[in-house]
Ligand binder design. Structure first.
Ligand SMILES: NC(=O)NCCC(=O)O
Length: 383
């Protein structure tokens, strides 16, 4: 099998003449972003721990009457550490240790709000359709071992941490959910946001493991800004992104797990388009690596059974309301992407483009209320 491409940006840098490269990136990614400088300690930690550390500052949004609201946001993408055949507890602990190593780098890099990838405590085993042992990774959002660990890191680094896990809701019949736990920089659990839209595509057989989320479109008011979480497949639904915007989000995280053959052409568009359409920042995070499972499974497409999902292509990136975006992290290795943003850009872009003023929500509220009626007749005009 051909080696995975490391990154699109590396290919462009290798082949596009230097004098044209800047213009190529401007056309592709919008306003050029300044790279962030990290402390020697952060750079050394990243090198020693084999973590790609990249940082960019988005355009400032100077205002006369409002102080700048500069926030550093971190996004982590990673591989699983142990084979999927290792005991569950060991797999969990290995990921706790590995992510602890990366969180240290985020702390050393001055990150204020950090988000990890979807279901970061486990392999993405939903392709197998086997319930055991994978459901054993599910844990309480409020007081499971992962939340307790993240609370320690949040306090240590004065950092808000968004920790997406497979949740076991012990109060409601031990039901499972795909949930992002939001931990305040004080260490308190601020709340949780559950995945609203569950995939039924390719090997993403997640609907057999947990149900559609029931937490709506919560926005969490943190010390560093108003944040929300649209988990993975929810990024295909513009109305999901829209509701977080309506509720006032300034940064929406999209912790994901998705593979190249299925979604890579959509990846760079969806979160970026959401940032533009809703006048907020978006943070798209995807895991990396290929995960092999002990038993063969089919993809119900007539092809031979296999034991892996395909390659998770990483390429995590951040997009701003003015349409600019960072380059992606690597397609193959663990990484931490740090971005510095002025949240006032959300308001400035709203004023400049007027997308929220021209949105015409009542028109769509009325149209949708009609369209969902069982006897609805679409207004199709025929000759
Ligand atoms: N994890 C997840 O929802 N993946 C679905 C595939 C995709 O949305 O790209």
């Amino acid at each position: 099998m051909a080696a995975e491409v490391e990154s699109l940006e590396n290919i462009l840098e290798k082949h596009v003449p230097a004098d044209e490269l800047k213009e190529v990136f401007r056309i592709l990614y919008g306003r050029q972003l300044e790279p962030l400088n990290f402390s020697e300690a952060a750079t050394k930690l990243a090198t020693d721990r084999k973590v790609e550390l990249k940082g960019y500052a988005f355009a400032k949004a100077p205002m006369q009457t409002v102080a700048a609201r500069i926030v550093r946001v971190g996004a982590i993408q990673n591989k699983i550490v142990l084979p999927t055949t290792a005991p569950i507890q060991e797999q969990l602990e290995s990921l706790h240790r590995r992510l602890g190593e990366v969180i240290d780098i985020a702390g050393e890099s001055g990150v204020n709000v950090l988000c990890l990838q979807e279901a970061w405590t486990m392999p993405f085993a939903f392709c197998t359709r086997e319930k055991q042992p994978w459901c054993e990774f599910a844990e309480s959002a409020e007081n499971g071992p992962t939340t307790k660990l993240m609370q320690e890191y949040a306090k240590k680094y004065n950092m808000v941490i968004v920790s997406p896990i497979l949740e076991r809701d012990e109060i409601h019949g031990e039901t499972l959910h795909n949930t992002a736990v939001v931990i305040s920089n004080t260490g308190a659990v601020l709340g949780k946001s559950r995945k609203n839209h569950i995939p039924r595509v390719g090997d993403f057989n997640e609907s057999t493991y947990y149900m559609e989320g029931d937490t709506g479109h919560k926005v969490f008011q943190t010390q560093f800004g108003k944040i929300a979480i649209n988990i993975c497949y929810g990024r295909h639904h513009p109305q999901n992104w829209m509701m977080y915007g309506i509720n006032g989000a300034e940064i929406v995280f999209n912790p994901s797990a998705t593979v190249g053959a299925l979604s890579e052409p959509m990846w760079g568009i969806e979160a970026r388009n959401a940032a533009i359409a809703n006048s907020y920042f978006t943070v798209a995070i995807n895991r990396v690596g290929t995960e092999h499972f002990p038993n063969e499974f089919t993809s119900a497409n007539g092809q031979p059974a296999h034991k892996d999902f395909g390659h998770f292509y990483g390429t995590s990136y951040v997009a701003a309301p003015d349409g600019s975006r960072t380059p992606g992290l690597s397609r193959t290795i663990d990484g931490l992407l740090v971005t510095e943003m002025d949240l006032n850009l959300c308001r400035q872009v709203k004023d400049t483009w007027g997308l929220r003023m021209t949105q015409r929500l009542p028109l769509y509220a009325e149209s949708l209320a009609e369209a969902i009626k069982p006897d609805y007749q679409p207004p199709i005009v025929k000759e």
